[in-house]
Design a protein around this ligand. Sequence first.
Ligand SMILES: Cc1cc2nc3c(=O)[nH]c(=O)nc-3n(C[C@H](O)[C@H](O)[C@H](O)COP(=O)(O)OP(=O)(O)OC[C@H]3O[C@@H](n4cnc5c(N)ncnc54)[C@H](O)[C@@H]3O)c2cc1C
Length: 389
Amino acid sequence: MLDFSLTDQQVLMKQAIAEWSKANMPEEKIQEWYRNRGIDQAVAKSWVDAGFGKLGIPEEYGGVACDKVTLCLAIEELCHGGGNIPMAPNALINFDVLEFGNPDQIKDAMEYYYEQGIPKYALAISEPNAGSDNQNMSTTATLGADGKIHINGTKTWVTNAEWSPALIVLAKDEDPARENRKMSMWLVPTDLPGVRIEKLNKIGMQIAPFATVHFDDVVIEPDAALGERGQGFYNLMKNFEFERCVLIAELLGEAQAAMDDAVAWVNERRAFDQGIKSFQLVQEHITEMQIKLTNSRNFLYRTCWKMDNGIPVNNDAAMLKRYAAPALTEVCSEALQLFGGLGFTDQTRVSRLMLDCRGMQIGGGTIEVMVHIAGRGLIKEYAKNGFYY
Ligand SMILES: Cc1cc2nc3c(=O)[nH]c(=O)nc-3n(C[C@H](O)[C@H](O)[C@H](O)COP(=O)(O)OP(=O)(O)OC[C@H]3O[C@@H](n4cnc5c(N)ncnc54)[C@H](O)[C@@H]3O)c2cc1C
């Protein structure tokens, strides 16, 4: 039997997050955080202290266990507060450590997170010549005669690198050659000699800023490896499926905020001596926007539901991102259109929401690469089973 309703607990959680957002994230504050390249740490900490930031973290590490549907509902509601609020993707970094770390690494990362309200690590995978084509990366981790690991190379577009005390760095084992498929993840403090961070300016999502990070013979201990050596890339890819769900939950919250603003405006604005809500072309925008929101929401929570039930979602997560990232950007763009000239100023938030959503057609795997993943997967599934559900 199909049941699309939320549980009482989920409804209460969403209400509590909406109240928390109202109290902690007024629009003027959010604008200030976008200008200042980061949220107030006290607010991030309050998110953790309120328990929302502990969702999905196992109880043995001080968290609050929950299913993926519930976690994405929380993230959607947080971003519905008005932006690409960094506590949403923070959860993902923690999950990489929780999934692949040893007990000491997990304990250390969680302690830092609970004390500071922000995760200890940012994720450094992409390189100037290796984004979609990760295999082309040339950052290496080599074992020196001193028995230590030496990291050399450059990572870029690393979200939050400028204020994270440490990075999860994906590097090739020993040899930068394209054919070398062995990569490992390393925990690298950003205050080590040889680490140089260069700030980059984003056109959206400035609240979670980018940086390029240079590693010039950065020396770490062999026990700084996160997860199994040589398997770093494959391991990270496993977490990417849920990462795609989380990213779309963020965008869904943001696009819903744009929709809320657009509907309020349409109800208020008059032109040609009548409310603009009476124009069919305005109604068409509202209808198309809601179709995109509803489709994205259904697809997101169905994918989460599959994950919660142990059903593989490699194709679904890729198709979800392929469909919903552009669709939700369009929702914000249509909201901007309905505001007319005002929408093209910074006196409304819809343009900011649109640019935030736009970034996610690239970050975490481009929407073209999603076709590369899902297209091949679907053809295989149909050949094997004759259908895909
Ligand atoms: C908002 C945002 C946040 C990010 N955060 C991080 C982060 O925290 N850490 C990090 O390491 N990186 C991060 N990135 C970088 C991101 O992962 C890369 O930008 C992305 O993987 C694309 O790589 P690229 O920029 O090199 O583009 P390219 O790979 O050079 O792609 C250029 C164009 O070619 C297309 N293309 C490439 N290969 C194919 C193919 N096989 N088939 C069809 N089309 C293809 C792409 O879709 C794109 O349109 C972030 C990027 C953004 C925008």
